[in-house]
Write a protein that binds this ligand. Structure first.
Ligand code: MN3
Length: 268
């Protein structure tokens, strides 16, 4: 992390767009979920601009490679619910592993296209890309939708109204989200998503990083329920971890992803 990033991180929850541009050069907006198109003439909200600046650090458009973005807060910022050691290992080892795996798959697929690679391995590399790129994007969103517990709050605005419409109440949403996340079979994620055909919110269980998802659904809030996300502090008590996670949800960030998702669909 360079000085500008450290300075920005210490004064604002997210690194500024200017700092992000300075860090990686011409910024490509990587994750569609973090950067849906807007209607012409619509000005991005401050939160929306922040989401774009964070996503822009997850892809280097000049190199054509995924990159590991810095956490948007200190390792211990989510304590006592998620401990600093877990955050450090999760970010620097596990998330970095998905970045490296996705880049390796992209490089091998490029070799196959040029005739240098072994085309008989294409199924292997396509599967690797699906797993690792999904792992990378999931973690970018995961870091983005968490914040220190004193900044968590509750859903507001259009997101709050959509939650009441689609889950009857915020409590109804929490009940389903927590139960779904607790009961993911094996390693996976609990997700709140926006489904653009029904134009409504849904809760899904993703196995591994990319399986059992709903096609086209835009991820808004995800909780990583792989053991690496909680085992140091919670051991086998996944339910306690998920309840703790609910105290560090950055509802302003989730709201900005929801606004992007809805506006992107409207523009299409
Ligand atoms: Mn993880």
């Amino acid at each position: 992390m360079n000085n500008e990033q450290i300075e920005s991180s210490s004064t604002a929850p997210f690194i500024s767009r200017r700092a992000a541009l300075a860090t990686i050069g011409a910024a490509g907006i990587m994750a569609p979920a973090l950067a849906q198109p807007r209607r012409d003439g619509e000005r991005p909200s401050r939160a929306a601009a922040q989401s774009e600046s964070y996503a822009s650090q997850a892809w280097d458009s000049q190199k054509g490679e995924y990159t590991l973005p810095p956490l948007p807060y200190a390792h211990d910022a989510l304590e006592p619910h998620i401990d600093a050691t877990t955050m450090r290992i999760h970010h620097e080892k596990h998330h970095a592993g998905y970045v490296n795996g996705a880049n390796k798959a992209l490089a091998e697929l490029k070799k196959i296209r040029s005739g240098e690679g072994d085309a008989s391995l294409i199924k292997h590399w396509e599967r690797s890309l699906a797993f690792n790129a999904s792992g990378h994007i999931n973690h970018v969103i995961f870091w983005y939708v968490m914040c220190p517990p004193d900044q968590s709050g509750e859903p507001t605005g259009e997101l709050e109204r959509a939650i009441r419409r689609d889950f009857s109440s915020f409590d109804g949403f929490k009940k389903q989200f927590i139960e779904a996340s607790n009961s993911v079979e094996g390693s996976g994620w609990g997700w709140l998503v926006y489904e653009p055909i029904a134009r409504s919110l849904q809760i899904i269980q993703a196995e591994k990083h990319q399986n059992e998802t709903v096609r086209g659904a835009v991820p808004l809030l995800g909780v990583d329920v792989w053991e690496h996300a909680y085992y140091l502090k919670y051991q086998n008590r996944r339910a306690d971890y998920v309840r703790g996670f609910m105290n560090v949800v950055n509802w302003q960030a989730v709201g900005s992803l929801f606004d992007h998702a809805v506006n992107g669909v409207s523009a299409g």
